[in-house]
Ligand binder design. Structure first.
Ligand SMILES: N[C@@H](CCC(=O)N[C@@H](CS)C(=O)NCC(=O)O)C(=O)O
Length: 211
């Protein structure tokens, strides 16, 4: 059976897990213990030599990089999450890339400093948080405007672009990031968080560790 290697606080992992459920894929879930360094064990490095989660094992085939795994899952199962028509597919990929670079990366800066560093007893870099917030103030209005036009990021059906954004913004409350200035993102997000593919994973980001 297909096996996914994940961690509940990893937003790239959440993107993969939401996709697997949204595409109704049967899989075995393995939580990689990042705190103990399991991602650097020989066994895990044989799955993903970059030592990161998420990763996928499908018989002898191994794959890493969350967006690539999401596309693989959607294509294997001919899911509508990634349209087969080249232009529509490219449009979904365009927004996946935009979100990964301009939402997930700044979110990761903030997550590291507001959540991970305190857990590890490492210093908090306020400048990095401020930069992350500034980048979000540039990208989120663009996505909010997009969602005034259509129900989902790429039209009227759920796609991998939505899942990438949903996963990237999942830690917003845990990181004290206010999404109220973005009413269309907030409404879109609330609706998606009620869907089965989200609720099967968790009720909210960090529920797994009691946040
Ligand atoms: N570009 C990668 C990022 C993966 C990544 O950075 N994973 C982090 C968790 S979010 C990780 O495994 N960190 C553990 C480590 O670096 O030791 C993807 O999209 O899959």
């Amino acid at each position: 059976m297909l096996k996914l290697f994940l961690h509940p606080l990893s937003t790239p992992s959440l993107g993969v897990e939401f996709t697997a459920h949204a595409a109704a894929i049967n899989f075995e879930k393995k939580v990689v213990n990042l705190q103990s360094g399991e991602q650097r064990s020989d066994e895990y490095l044989s799955i993903n030599p970059t030592g990161k989660v998420p990763a996928l094992r499908d018989a002898e085939f191994r794959l890493s990089e969350s967006l690539t795994i999401m596309r693989y899952l959607a294509k294997c199962h001919e899911s509508d999450l990634l349209p087969s028509d080249l232009k529509s597919q490219s449009r979904v990929e365009q927004w996946m890339d935009y979100v990964a670079h301009h939402v997930r990366t700044p979110m990761n800066r903030i997550q590291f400093n507001r959540l991970v560093a305190p857990m590890l007893g490492e210093p908090i870099d306020e400048k990095s948080i401020a930069l992350g917030l500034r980048f979000l103030e540039q990208s989120l209005p663009i996505l909010d405007l997009k969602l005034t036009e259509t129900e989902y990021i790429c039209g009227n059906s759920l796609s991998l672009a939505d899942i990438t954004l949903l996963a990237s913004l999942d830690p917003s409350e845990a990181l004290q990031i206010d999404l109220k200035p973005y009413p269309f993102i907030s409404r879109w997000r609330q609706a998606l968080r009620e869907r089965d593919f989200y609720q099967t994973v968790h009720t909210h980001f960090g529920a797994e560790i009691g946040l």
